[in-house]
Design a protein around this ligand. Structure first.
Ligand code: AKG
Length: 327
């Protein structure tokens, strides 16, 4: 109705305005799109932990970016060594039940590490949070995968179809995947988006990767892509696969990031740590700079774990009594 009233009162001046607007829209439509595959240096690097380096914008559909040399050689080797010995055949999530099950769609082997499993992993998690601009709280634990001898993961989405995995305590839907490469396979192993709107450069790709947009794994690089559109809808163009690793080894470490805190709600944490929890992800950093003494009352209420005022206990056990506070 509002639109109809506008049209009937437009008159000659309104018509001229309409023509101007149309001309402007046409000019905008004709403007060249920003080029893809350009390496852009980003980052601040003012603090020791801040990452700076080159980011390559790969595509808008899906929204995909490549962070060059995101991990150091030592970090890649550390994760592989830690995972070796606990690798198991990878499973998939059943779209209806949300339960894990075996499938020939995915033939790699892999393992998971809890968040903050060690200092190296915790540092990488903070770096991933920095560049994705989403808190560590929203990340799942680190998934490590190894592919050899033609192993692959056929096209799939990282967003969930079942209700269980989108529950509030699970952080809701997955929004971003941060896929870090821990090795450079000699042949194959590309991450491919068969339904991407643009095709990237094809040189050096295996046959599987010549459909849609592909990224060739290089040790240390991180591929970041979005499962949700900026409007919060699931994005079907994020369909992706790991092409068969034909020669050499492919290793990857994945961070799936949710729209809100993953298994960090107060209830879940309380059950896990029997009340011995930090209320803020900054507690450890505050404690390290002396806030437990300087700001004792606040820290005793909000950062009991980081200030060492209690001991985490398994569910059902009694937490240790808090140490007396210095005034
Ligand atoms: O390893 C890859 O390139 C893709 C891995 C993947 O699709 C996944 O773990 O969801």
């Amino acid at each position: 109705m509002i639109g109809a009233r506008h049209r009937s009162t437009a008159g000659p001046a309104g018509g001229a305005l309409l023509l101007l607007l149309l001309a402007a829209a046409t000019a905008r439509a004709a403007a060249p799109a920003a080029p893809l595959n350009v390496r852009t240096p980003v980052g601040y690097a003012e603090k020791e932990e801040e990452w700076h380096g080159e980011v390559v914008h790969l595509s808008w559909k899906p929204r995909a970016f490549l962070y060059k040399n995101f991990l150091t050689d030592e970090e890649c080797e550390h994760i592989k060594a830690k995972a070796t010995g606990q690798l198991r055949k990878s499973s998939v999530v059943d779209n209806e039940t949300g339960e894990e099950r075996d499938s020939e769609v995915r033939t790699s082997s892999g393992t998971f590490f809890d968040k903050g499993a060690d200092e190296v992993i915790a540092r990488i998690e903070r770096r991933v949070a920095q560049v994705t601009m989403l808190p560590v709280d929203n990340q799942e634990g680190l998934q490590v995968l190894k592919y050899v001898d033609g192993q692959k993961y056929e096209p799939h989405y990282d967003y969930f179809f079942d209700a269980k995995n989108q529950a509030e305590s699970e952080g809701g839907q997955r929004i971003v995947t941060a896929l870090m490469y821990l090795a450079t396979p000699e042949e194959g192993g590309e991450t491919v988006f068969p339904d991407a709107a643009v095709a990237g450069p094809q040189e050096g790709l295996s046959a599987c990767a010549r459909v849609g947009l592909a990224n060739k794994p290089y040790k240390g690089d991180m591929l970041v892509f979005y499962s949700l559109t900026p409007g919060g809808e699931t994005d079907p163009s994020s369909l992706h696969a790991s092409c068969p690793t034909l020669k050499g080894e492919k290793w990857s470490a994945t961070k799936w990031i949710h729209v809100s805190g993953f298994r960090t709600s107060a209830d879940v944490m309380k059950a896990k740590w029997a009340g011995c929890v930090d209320q803020s992800e900054h507690c450890a950093a505050w404690a390290a700079t002396g806030e437990c003494d300087r700001n004792a009352a606040y820290m005793a209420a909000s950062c009991r774990l980081a200030c060492g005022l209690c001991t985490p206990q398994a569910k059902g056990e009694q937490p240790a009594p808090p140490a007396p506070l210095e005034s």
